[in-house]
Design a protein around this ligand. Structure first.
Ligand code: NAP
Length: 297
């Protein structure tokens, strides 16, 4: 199979670009960052797709600063919605399948049971709105495209919650973390494997892909500190004490049913956290991954 990844330089993209050829050595993977092809430019996108002739396009590229989205609305919609449409049109013109990675933020966060894929979209902030509108437009362009929603990503390829907590823990004896937001932490390596499996299974439509189990940010922080063997105290607090520009869903657990239908199960988030901490502690974890890895062999 030939695969082209938009957003290969990001947290998830780095792992996907590494894990794909390692697990399927016959597949040819081309990873693109914004400097290789800016998805806001339809011509650049079309040229990249024509050049790489992918069977599958995996679209991870996005403006992901959730709070920044509230003040950069034009940029957010230009990248997350219109850029995604550019990629979808190029995929259709080339006859490529498309997997678009989306988010739990397309929901309102008011549920108390895991969201199924057909639950109605009701995003609370600009980031969620841009992704929800992209989802709708992509499925209009082709109902055969795959939308893989995920949540609470962590990995060694970029800024993430466990990294922030571990850095804070080096200077603070106590950290306040909210108890009133619940979701499923997801390790980028595990999500990369699920995406590879979904593409090999020719997945279509909406799929929810997160690590198994759920927790609050408070419980997540406690587990990070415990597993790292640190003595920092994690204190419970609530979202009203941490007012931020973008609203956060109170509950955004995604049901694994759609993923299980493809015969895919993802590991429990606690076990995944253990592997992340081991990867983070490895001597090569913080080295930039060479760009040559992003090019096809
Ligand atoms: N992080 C989470 O908790 C989370 C949760 C749910 C869903 N998601 C979704 O998962 C996907 C991957 O997230 P991530 O955390 O890995 O993202 P990330 O680390 O912020 O990386 C973003 C990627 O998008 C690329 N990009 C940004 N603007 C672009 C443009 N105009 N043209 C082309 N590429 C552009 C960046 O390229 P350069 O670095 O080369 O500029 C980078 O490769 C995103 O679609 C995100 O919405 C993330």
């Amino acid at each position: 199979m030939r695969i082209t990844i938009f957003g290969a330089t990001g947290l998830l993209g780095q792992d996907l670009t590494k894990e794909w050829p390692a697990s399927h050595s016959d597949d040819v993977v081309t990873g693109l960052g914004s400097r290789d092809a800016d998805i806001r430019d339809a011509h650049q996108v079309a040229a990249a797709v024509r050049r790489t002739k992918p069977d599958w396009i995996v679209l991870l590229a996005a403006y992901t600063d959730v709070d920044g989205c509230e003040t950069n609305r034009d940029l957010v919609f230009a990248v997350n919605r219109d850029g995604a449409i550019n990629v979808a049109k190029a995929a259709k013109a080339q006859g490529s399948r498309l997997l678009f990675v989306s988010t739990d933020y397309v929901f309102d966060g008011k549920s108390s049971v895991p969201y199924e894929t057909d639950h109605s979209r009701a995003p609370q902030g600009i980031y969620g709105r841009s992704k929800a509108e992209a989802e709708e437009r992509l499925l209009e362009i082709s109902p055969e495209f795959c939308i893989a929603r995920t949540s609470w990503l962590f990995g060694t390829g970029g800024k993430c919650f466990p990294d922030t907590i571990l850095k804070l823990a080096t200077t603070r004896k106590e950290i306040d973390v909210v108890t009133d937001q619940r979701g499923s932490p997801t390790y980028s390596v595990d999500l990369a494997h699920a995406i590879i499996q979904l593409c090999h299974a020719k997945a279509q439509g909406i799929v929810h892909a997160t690590n198994r189990g759920d927790c609050s940010w408070f419980e997540f922080a406690q587990e990070i500190i415990r597993r790292a063997g640190l003595s920092t105290v994690v204190r419970p607090t609530t979202s009203d004490k941490f007012v931020r520009p973008a609203p956060r869903p109170a509950y955004s657990v995604l049901s694994p049913k759609s993923l299980n239908e493809y015969g895919i199960t993802m590991p429990d988030w606690r076990e995944a956290l253990g592997r992340y901490l081991a990867e983070r502690a490895a001597p090569t974890a913080h080295l930039p991954r060479p760009l040559s890895r992003l090019r096809p062999k």
